[in-house]
Structure formats: C-alpha cells, structure tokens
Design a binder for this molecule. Sequence first.
Ligand SMILES: Cc1cc2nc3c(=O)[nH]c(=O)nc-3n(C[C@H](O)[C@H](O)[C@H](O)COP(=O)(O)O)c2cc1C
Length: 268
Amino acid sequence: QLWHVGRMSHPDFHGGELPHAPSAINPHSKSFTPEGFKDTETPKEMTIEEIKQTILDYKKAAENAMRAGFDGVEIHSSNGYLLHQFFNRTSNVRTDEYGGSIENRARILFEVIDTIKEVMPENRIGLRLNPSLHGIFGMTMDEETIPTFDYIIEKLNQYNLAYLHLSEPFNDISEIPYAEKEIAKRYRPIYKGTLIINAGFDQERGNQFILEGLADAVAYGKPFISNPDLVERFAENAPLAEWDQATFYTPGEKGYTDYPKLSVSKLV
Ligand SMILES: Cc1cc2nc3c(=O)[nH]c(=O)nc-3n(C[C@H](O)[C@H](O)[C@H](O)COP(=O)(O)O)c2cc1C
C-alpha cells in the first residue's frame, strides 16, 4: 500500500519541518508519533514542484515494491490522507490546476495512476476510496464531495485496475445532508471493474452484499486483527475472537501478532 498521509503527519517525523498538504489547513486531529498521539499542526501548502515530486515518489515506491517482489500496489487515496485531502473542498482551497473545480481536485490521483502505470501493468494497481468520510481524520464533507467521487469513480472505468476498494461510512453520518449513506449501492452500478467493499461488515452482511451483487469481495479490517485465521473461522462458522482497541496503535507484539488461531485457542 502506497500511503502518503499529508497533513495527518507531524513535524516530529520531518526534522521539525511542517507536513505537506494541498492547503495550509489544520485537520485538528491527532497524529501517532513515537511518543504517542500528538495534536496535528497547520501543514505547509505544497508548491506545484512539490506536487510533481510527490507524484514521482509514488512511481519510485511502486518500482521499489516490484523490485521487492510484490504482486502489485494499492494506492491509498482514502481515509483523509494526502490524496483524499486534495479531493475535498474543505481541505483543498488551491486556486491552481490542483484546486477549484472537481476535475482539478481529482487531478493528482489520475497523475499518480498514470505515473505508476509506467512501471507496472494497470491490473496490478488497486485503489482505495472512502467517499462519505466526515468528522474523523479531520475530514469534512460539503455538497461537492459526493459529486467529486462520482466523477473519480466514473473516470476510473477508463483504467483496467486490479480493483476499486470502497468503504461504507466509518461513522454515523445520518445527520450529514451531503453524505451518501449507501456507498456500494451508489457506486456498484457506476464502476465496471472489480469492486471490494469494506467497513463494519460481519460474515452475514458480507455474504448478503455479495449475494445482492453489491460488491465482488468484502474486506475485513478489525476482525482480521483479532482472528488471523478469519477465513477458516468463517468457513467453519466458528466463533470470532474480539479485538482489543487499546492495542491498535501500540508498538510490540501485544494486540498485533499474538492473537491465537482457532486450533491453538482450542488447545488452551
Ligand atoms: C489498527 C488499524 C490500522 C489500520 N491501518 C490501515 C492502513 O494501514 N491502511 C488502510 O487503508 N486502512 C487501515 N485501517 C482501516 C481498515 O483497513 C478498515 O478500513 C477499517 O478498520 C474499517 O473496516 P472494519 O470495520 O472491517 O475494521 C486500519 C484500521 C485499524 C483498526
């Protein structure tokens, strides 16, 4: 996964320099540093030159992934990180070719895909989007947010990507007038390629989505953290182990590689 966090970083990671973002707007969120969570700061607005260099960094990262033997890369254009910060008007108030219109705010994503295409086949490139992200990771939706994702997802049909990985809303957005509450329902008819859906699924709801043709596959996050053998447990209708949120972002093996498989937990 190729992941540039933009303004969600912290000067502690950059020798005291400010993180880079489309605009100098503080997400008023938290960044996880080696010393724990710290308040984010107002980032530095990227120059055109810095944007072009960042696009080339994605190419380099994809090249490195191929050299290291990976089958493909996933572009992390989701969850309030750099590319997502370009999409939304509330995090991108630029007046050059990377801001203003929907097309301009989406431009960097397509330039990133086009440059990665130079070093690997399109069908080795996957991509994540989280259209209805509001009120977390510093992201705020407005009336142009969903139309921007409509434009992006329609345009992705021009590529033969490995997959598009979408998230249903991460939190309760029922009060947000411009939010799309049913992401797969809206975008399955629009996107012609392989569609993966995520966020908040259990086995039953996942199967239901596949059955109804709302997605080709379902991605599980937190259930996989506490169940390294999640697939086998689903197959056997076995009970799932609960995850421990307190260890999600802590260093060391605890809560990371120490959740037992079912066969082991049966013995204990
Ligand atoms: C501890 C933790 C780490 C995560 N790291 C990433 C990450 O590196 N990249 C990413 O795209 N999503 C990451 N996510 C988000 C998950 O991929 C997923 O979208 C989210 O957990 C919602 O799906 P779920 O309800 O199945 O957990 C992370 C989630 C958690 C809880």
